[in-house]
Design a protein around this ligand. Sequence first.
Ligand code: COA
Length: 190
Amino acid sequence: MIFALILPACYPRFQQIRRFGAGVYKLEVETEADWWEVEALYDLCFAPGRTALSSYRLRNGVPKVAELCLTLRDHDGILAAVIRYWPVTVGGKPVLLLGPVAVHPTRQGEGLGGLLIHESLPEAFRLGWERVLLVGDAPYYQRFGFRKLEGVVMPPPTNPDRVLGLALRPGAWEGVKGSVRKAKGVVAPG
Ligand SMILES: CC(C)(COP(=O)(O)OP(=O)(O)OC[C@H]1O[C@@H](n2cnc3c(N)ncnc32)[C@H](O)[C@@H]1OP(=O)(O)O)[C@@H](O)C(=O)NCCC(=O)NCCS
């Protein structure tokens, strides 16, 4: 079987076909109509009570960075993988909070999670974001360039070893330290 990425007209930057595995997938920006399916996939992939995690406190009531929230559907329209991003601040600087990213359990290990991350990060850069933060497993995210952040503190309880960052522009994390804060109002990329 051929893996082809079908890219929508509403996301012109991604108008290209890719082939690298089995299956046919369509990459789109998440819409309001996707909301319940996306939430259901997160419920399936994460432990119950996921919304009590510290990172959700930074997301509650804050609009997502809509251009970077992507869905990946198979040729039957079944949701296979999703990624969302939120704005936060650290030391008064704008930061992009990556996640949650989730791949349906029957499709994990096929490269879909990597695909969503590889597709969204260049778009984040194009939009003007300079630094990205996430809470996750370093052994997975280090392949995308994420490294443990020193001096960047997520709301408790968060294991500091899981607080990872990526500079989209060289040196973008230098001197950016302190508590991760919920965005208030519109956070312009930077
Ligand atoms: C984590 C997740 C997003 C990865 O997506 P995926 O499409 O399954 O992974 P990919 O195909 O891109 O990458 C597969 C590789 O990542 C590794 N990997 C996957 N999850 C990992 C983890 N938590 N820690 C370390 N390595 C991991 C696999 O072993 C595999 O390694 P290999 O390339 O050396 O064989 C997906 O498995 C998932 O949704 N898991 C449940 C929800 C979750 O944990 N989300 C992340 C929150 S931090």
